[in-house]
Design a protein around this ligand. Sequence first.
Ligand code: PLP
Length: 401
Amino acid sequence: MEDFNAANEIQDLQYFGEFGGVNPSISDSSTYTFLSAKTMFDTFEGNAEGCYLYSRHSSPMNLYLAQALAKMENTAAANVTSSGMGAITTVLLQLCKSGDHIISSRTIYGGTYAFLKNFLPPFQIETTFLDINDFETLENSIRPNTKIVYCESVSNPLLHVANLRRLSAICKKYKLKLIVDNTFSPLSISPIRLGADIVIHSLTKFINGSSDTVGGVYCASQELIDDTKNVNTGASMLLGPTMDSLRSASILKNLRTLHIRMKQHSHNAMYLAERFERDGLKVSYPGLPSHRDHELMKSMMHEAYGFGGLMTLDVETTERANALMELMQSENLGYLAVSLGFYKTLFSCSGSSTSSEIPEQERLKMGISDGLIRFSIGLDQDIERTYQKMRTCMQKTGVLK
Ligand code: PLP
């Protein structure tokens, strides 16, 4: 990859608080005064640069966080939302109107899948789900009313990698917008540099990294961000998925250590994946040469941040998966919990949790078996010790013979 360093972009930003504080001051207000009535009118019309109106529209702290995330993703602008789903739904509802068509990867987060599959059709917005790297089927699925190609750079939970360069070329040819959810690979993959138009994150995960809040962001052109905030027609302004300023402040502080955390998550996940594979377990991790998309990911990533903190282990049955997860939790190896990017390892059975919105038949077609455990590997200091303890749990539960 050419030398774009998202961590430098974040660190080069310089903010001062109202009293010279080294962090920006938090504006704890929902509404803002105007010295003249005309400025208030102009602000409503979108013609008063630098004026704040009402915090559902924007607030100083939300703009600071959005600016840092736009820098990270190399876009002109961004908007932060109260959850990752808030970002996804805002962007899709802004860009798609009744009668439009979306093409989406089949392997995506269950909530996004449910939104596309169940929520949008009553508004006459239809989605075709497919293998996103099957370019022939994709091109054949494009219709005159297709507006969007949607995917995750590294998919949840199967860790399939989307070929963003190829997808971008197709989108440019047919004038479609390529939207990429980059939640699993912040810093490591820069979708805009590979041709995406819009990048989305659930901030809830690695970016915040402390499992204390939900949050989201979409990073895009200034025009799209402004459109979503338009007081008459903006999905963000009118649906109101606004992040609270106090939360923006805490997420901005956590964002500054993301590069260190990602390196450690990736290092630990690689360490465990290599050893589990050597033990003969059915482990899947994009950093392993045996992973179907290993070379593709290598060609797209910034190597310094590694292949990410997510790994899956297929132990075949729900019973075995449950026994292993309960034992690992009681041995203090992590928590039986959904979500990812925490300092502790988190594990859950995707089929019965974060992908349960996807019908069983479809899930099995995707390759999400009942015994598939998704691990978000933590920041453990002594990963060999963790490996040995996990191995013992696997022996006790019959996962490892
Ligand atoms: N995108 C991905 C890849 C996810 O894993 C999730 C949640 O698990 C979301 C989006 C939704 O984010 P949130 O839970 O912050 O709304």
